[in-house]
Ligand binder design. Structure first.
Ligand code: FAD
Length: 590
C-alpha cells in the first residue's frame, strides 16, 4: 500500500478525495457532512493540483521525452497508439487536470476521478461495477498458462478438498466470480487464449480466457466473424458460455445455439470433450461454472459482410408484430429494438426504434471482396477516448435534472443516426466502443450497472410501461435500453428463454453511496416482484438481489431441481462453485 502511494501519489490523493465524498454522503451527522465537504473540496483544489504538477514535471514529461520514437512510426502495428503518443496523452491528461482543477469547487471529485487507480494484487477480486461491494481478498489467484497447469491446479485442489471458482474477464456485477470462502482456490483464465480458425468448415476453437475483442480481431483477419456474442467485446469466452450470453444475432438467441463442442476440466481433474450429444454439455451453459472449467470452445463462425443500418419507430404494442412481420426470418444478421431514453416528454421506454443491420446489397462489386477484411478494425484504446471518459464523468456528476436534458438530446441524435442508412461491416457493428467504462472500474463511487429481463411477447408492452414509470419515479439515469429477441433455448439445462422471449436490457448510471444503492435495490426488487408475478425471468449476470425462492420461481422449480440432481451426478463433492451458486443453486436445508 505504501509503495503504491509512493509510486502513484496523485491516484492516492484522488482515492482520499473519493473516500471523503463517500463518507460525507453516508454520514448522518450534519457537522460531519460539512466537515468532510470542506476538507474534500480544499484538497481537491489545492493539494491535488500541486501533486498533479509535481507528477507532470518530474515523471510524465521525462517519460514522454524518453519514449520519442526515432523510427517516426505514427501508429503501432495493431493500429493502437505508439508509446510516445500514449505518454504524450498522459502529459495532456495531467495538464488538463491542473487547468480544470477549480471544477472541484462545484463537483469535488470530478477531476480527481480521472486519476483513480485500483491497486491490483494477486489476492484481490474486484467484480466490475461492484468492486467495493462484493470484492474480496482471497488466497493468491492462480493464472495457468497451459491446460496441463490448469489440470494440475484442479488435481491439487481435489487433494486439498478445496472448492474452485473461476474468473474470466471479471465483468459480472455480483458474486459470480467470488469464492464463498477466502481460502478456496481461484483460477483466472486470462492466459488460456489460443485461437484456431478453420475457414473451410467455418468454425473456430478458442481458449476460454480469450476475450471477444481478441477473437474478433483474429476472425476479421480471415474475413470471418462470430455469430453470437454480447453486444460488446470485453468478455471472455468462458464467461460467455457460463452465462450463456446473447446479443444482436436475433435469429440465434443464446450462444449455446452455435457451440459445436467444449473441452472442460471435470470434478476429477480430467480433460473431457463434450458435444451436444452429451448430457453434461447442456450443464455448462448458464450455470456459472458450477459443472466444471471450460478450457476451450469450438463454435460456428460466419463471413464478415457489408451491412447497412436502418430503423423504424414503433409503439410498444406493435413491437412484437412488426418484428415477426418484417424482421424475423428475413435474413437480417443483427437486430435490436432501441428503447426511447428521453424522460422529458414522458416516461422513458415509451416507444422503440427497430434498429436493424441488413446485408448491404448495394455495395459496389469491387468492394465486395471475399474474404472481407475490415480495415482499421483496431483494438479499442484501453480506456476509450478522452471525450467518452469526459461524457461518463459528466453523467456521473450532473444532477438528474441536467442529465435527463442531456440524454434527451443524445437520444434525439442517436435516433436520427439510426435512420441515416449508415454503412459498416458486420465486424464493425459487433465492435462498439465500451472501454471508457473501464475508467469506472477504478472508482468505488461511480459506476454503470445493468439489469436484464426476459419477457414473454404478450407481457412486453405492459412490462415496459411499468418499468419506464419506475425508472422515472426513481430518477434513474438511463444510459441505454434495448429489446433483443431471444428464441427458445433447448440446450441449456437452465435456460432464460425456455420459450421465445424478448430480453429487455438496461444500463444506468449508479452512484454507490449506501443511500443510492439502497434506493436502486428497492426499485430492482420491486421490478423483480412484478416480473415474477407475470411469469418472466431475470438475468443472472448482475446484482444478487433476488432471493433463492424468487430465483427458483423464475427459472422453474423443477428445472432447478433437475440441475441439482445433475450436479450430484457430475460434481457430487461440489468442487466447483462461487458466491452466486452458493446462494442460488445449492439447496438450503429447511
Ligand atoms: C457492460 C456490460 C455489458 C453486458 N452486455 C451483455 C450483453 O450484451 N449480452 C449478454 O448476454 N450479457 C451481457 N453482459 C453480461 C456478461 O455477458 C456476463 O456478465 C459474462 O459472464 C461476463 O463475462 P466475463 O468473461 O467477464 O465473465 P466473469 O465475470 O469473469 O465470469 C462469469 C461467470 O462465468 C464463470 N466462468 C468464467 N470463465 C469460466 C470458465 N472458463 N469455465 C467455467 N466457468 C467460467 C465464472 O466463474 C462466473 O461464474 C454485460 C455485462 C456488462 C458489465
Amino acid at each position: 500500500m505504501v509503495s503504491f502511494a509512493l509510486k502513484h501519489p496523485t491516484a492516492t490523493i484522488a482515492r482520499g478525495i473519493e473516500n471523503l465524498v463517500m463518507a460525507r454522503a453516508d454520514s448522518k451527522s450534519l457537522t460531519v457532512k460539512v466537515g468532510y465537504q470542506i476538507l474534500a473540496t480544499t484538497i481537491s483544489v489545492t493539494v491535488f493540483p500541486i501533486f498533479l504538477g509535481i507528477e507532470l514535471f518530474f515523471k510524465r514529461i521525462p517519460i514522454a521525452l524518453r519514449s520519442i520514437s526515432l523510427s517516426g512510426k505514427k501508429v503501432n502495428s495493431d493500429g493502437g497508439l505508439t508509446p510516445f503518443q500514449k505518454n504524450l496523452d498522459k502529459v495532456a491528461k495531467f495538464a488538463f487536470g491542473i487547468i480544470f482543477s477549480p471544477f472541484g469547487l462545484r463537483w469535488v471529485d470530478s477531476i480527481s476521478g480521472f486519476f483513480l487507480k485500483r491497486h491490483h494484487t494477486t489476492t484481490g477480486i474486484y467484480p466490475f461495477g461492484v468492486e467495493g461491494i462484493y470484492g474480496k481478498t482471497v488466497s493468491p489467484i492462480q493464472y495457468p498458462n497451459t491446460i496441463e497447469e490448469l489440470q494440475n491446479l484442479v488435481k491439487n485442489a481435489i487433494k486439498r478438498n478445496q472448492q474452485i471458482s473461476v474468473i474470466g474477464a471479471g465483468m459480472s456485477q455480483g458474486t459470480q466470480t467470488i469464492p464463498e470462502k477466502a481460502d478456496h482456490l481461484v483460477i483466472h483464465t486470462q492466459f488460456l487464449k489460443q485461437i484456431e480458425i478453420d475457414e473451410n468448415n467455418n468454425t473456430a476453437t478458442i481458449g476460454s480466457g480469450a476475450t471477444w475483442e481478441q477473437v474478433q480481431q483474429a476472425l476479421n483477419q480471415k474475413g470471418k466473424s462470430s455469430i453470437v456474442k454480447q453486444a460488446s467485446d470485453p468478455f471472455s469466452i468462458g464467461g460467455s458460455i457460463s452465462i450463456n450470453c446473447h446479443g444482436w444475432a436475433h435469429e440465434y438467441g443464446s450462444i449455446s445455439s452455435v457451440v459445436k463442442s467444449l473441452r472442460i476440466i471435470n470434478d476429477k481433474g480430467e480433460l473431457v470433450t463434450l458435444t451436444p450429444k452429451d448430457e453434461q454439455f447442456g450443464c455448462m451453459f448458464g450455470t456459472l461454472g458450477w459443472f466444471g472449467i471450460v478450457v476451450d470452445v469450438t463454435f460456428k463462425i460466419r463471413d464478415n459482410v457489408h451491412l447497412v443500418e436502418k430503423s423504424e419507430r414503433v409503439e410498444l404494442q406493435d413491437f412484437d408484430r412488426v418484428y415477426k412481420d418484417k424482421i424475423k426470418g428475413k435474413g437480417i444478421p443483427l437486430f435490436g429494438g432501441r428503447l426511447c431514453l428521453d424522460a422529458l416528454k414522458g416516461n422513458p421506454l415509451r416507444y422503440v426504434e427497430m434498429d436493424r443491420f441488413e446485408e448491404d446489397e448495394k455495395v459496389d462489386l469491387k468492394f465486395k471482396a471475399i474474404p472481407l477484411v475490415t480495415p482499421n478494425l483496431f483494438l479499442e484504446e484501453e480506456s476509450g477516448t478522452r471525450m467518452q471518459r469526459i461524457s461518463l464523468q459528466a453523467t456521473a456528476h450532473f444532477t438528474y435534472f441536467t442529465v435527463s436534458r442531456l440524454l434527451s438530446n443524445f437520444w434525439k441524435r442517436e435516433s436520427d443516426k439510426m435512420h441515416q442508412k449508415t454503412k459498416m461491416t458486420l465486424n464493425e457493428a459487433l465492435h462498439p466502443p465500451i472501454n471508457a467504462l473501464k475508467m469506472l472500474h477504478h472508482s468505488n463511487l461511480h459506476s454503470q450497472w445493468l439489469q436484464e429481463y426476459f419477457i414473454k411477447p404478450e407481457n412486453l408492452p405492459y412490462f415496459l410501461r411499468y418499468l419506464g414509470a419506475e425508472l422515472k419515479a426513481n430518477g434513474v439515469k438511463l444510459i441505454n435500453a434495448t429489446i433483443r429477441p431471444t428464441p427458445k433455448d433447448t440446450i441449456s439445462i437452465l435456460p432464460y428463454a425456455e420459450q421465445d422471449r424478448y430480453a429487455v436490457v438496461l444500463c444506468f448510471n449508479q452512484y454507490k453511496t449506501q443511500k443510492e444503492i439502497a434506493r436502486t435495490r428497492r426499485w430492482i426488487e420491486k421490478v423483480n416482484r412484478q416480473l415474477i408475478a407475470q411469469g418472466d425471468v431475470y438475468y443472472q449476470a448482475y446484482m444478487p438481489y433476488a432471493t433463492q425462492e424468487q430465483f427458483e420461481t423464475c427459472y422453474g422449480k423443477e428445472r432447478v431441481q433437475k440441475m441439482r440432481d445433475l450436479k450430484q451426478k457430475y460434481d457430487p463433492q461440489n468442487r466447483f462453485g462461487n458466491g452466486h451458486t452458493a446462494k442460488y443453486f445449492e439447496k438450503k436445508c429447511s
